[in-house]
Design a binder for this molecule. Structure first.
Ligand SMILES: [Ca+2]
Length: 365
């Protein structure tokens, strides 16, 4: 079993975020780690035959040349020469939407292993309801844009479908699929991925990081709370938590926006119509005013609001955003729009008890 001082680097990351974990600068609370050491890939196409791990099937492994990886129709990422490994774990038959055991499940994954590796491992947690294996480019986190995503920065990256196929919502009928989606896929995939890395490069990763946004942020929070010993750092982006309640909140938002629009009688283009409730231009007016009130609250006027707690106190929608006096023109919000936005930010409440059903904001300690 792998044993390394995991808590120390994790604390280091938190200390960086909090700016001050010690009131005595001469007494560091953390130790410096030795740098991760790079390695060159040993094998790629032979991984399928040489890698053995419990309940794991490698379906393909091949080297691809440096170039762009098409992540989606609108997103592509630069990548170095690397090995693409595809496979799945824990194949089984589980419950489908009919309630019968008639659906094939597995934890599908893809790993992308750079020929010249930086010695580090990156778990790319994906968004939405999962259900398909997004390309393991190591997206989302790195500030330099697509060219500085994890794969192109030399990390070995894994991505997975979190244990179920598409269409995604039907996995809810199967208890094991719910566990895999909730947290267990990470527990299954992480030791497998590290073992595969050892085969590919001749050594385990020196550092391992876990990152994602939205549902990926939720995965990251779950991994940090359940599997902290497997990773050295967690990068959480906009985590979706308590998802059933979040769904209620989203539906409440749709109800609120719908009060501002008139639908076509035939019901066509419902979503497009909903998006006219508050246009991107009008949201832009709101965001500019939030920036104006809050950007510098974190000590640096850099276009990013990082002191969100104080911002929630300082920003006043009614006061800070112009109210349209003669119809909407893209530079103001109507009184009705302001009310809808206020309602949405307050979130849905139990009509009997007044209890909030879903928190819209997270207060940092
Ligand atoms: Ca700022």
């Amino acid at each position: 079993m792998e044993k390394r001082p995991q808590l120390v680097p994790t604390m280091a990351l938190f200390c960086l975020l909090l700016s001050a974990c010690s009131d005595n600068d001469s007494t560091p609370l953390t130790q410096h780690l030795t740098p991760a050491t790079p390695a060159t890939i040993n094998i790629c196409s032979d991984i399928a035959t040489q890698f053995n791990f419990k309940d794991t099937v490698i379906t393909s492994s091949e080297m691809v040349s440096a170039g762009k990886v098409e992540y989606s129709s609108t997103e592509s990422y630069s990548a170095p020469d690397h090995c693409v490994v595809k496979g799945y774990m824990n194949e089984r038959i589980g419950l489908g939407s009919s309630g019968e055991a008639d659906t094939k499940y597995a934890i599908g994954f893809e790993m992308r292993l750079p020929k010249d590796w930086n010695g580090r491992f990156y778990y790319q947690a994906n968004g939405g309801l999962d259900g398909s294996v997004s390309k393991a480019v190591g997206r989302l986190i790195f500030a330099g844009g697509a060219d500085s995503a994890a794969l192109n920065s030399g990390f070995a990256v894994i991505s997975s479908d979190a244990g179920h196929p598409s269409p995604a919502p039907q996995f809810g009928f199967d208890p094991q699929a719910r566990l895999d989606y909730g947290y267990n896929a990470v527990a299954e995939l992480t030791p497998m991925a590290k073992s595969l890395i050892k085969i590919a490069y001749g050594k385990l990763p020196d550092r391992s990081y876990f990152a994602g946004c939205s549902n990926g942020g939720r995965h990251t929070m779950m991994a940090a709370s359940r599997y902290a010993e497997m990773y050295d750092g967690f990068i959480v982006g906009n985590p979706g938590l308590h998802l059933p309640n979040a769904a209620v909140s989203q539906l409440y938002g749709a109800q609120q926006y719908s009060t501002l629009v008139t639908y076509n009688p035939d019901g066509s283009d419902i979503l497009a119509t909903l998006q006219t409730a508050i246009t991107q231009e009008e949201f832009g007016v709101v965001s500019q005013q939030i920036l104006k009130q809050c950007d510098a609250l974190d000590g640096l006027a850099d276009g990013m609001v990082n002191n969100t707690y104080t911002c929630q106190k300082e920003f006043d929608l009614d006061r800070d955003v112009p109210t349209c006096s003669e119809g909407r023109n893209g530079t103001c919000l109507s009184a009705e729009q302001k009310q809808v936005l206020s309602n949405i930010m307050a979130g849905p409440h139990n009509s009997q008890t007044g209890e909030s059903l879903y928190m819209q904001t997270f207060h940092m300690m």
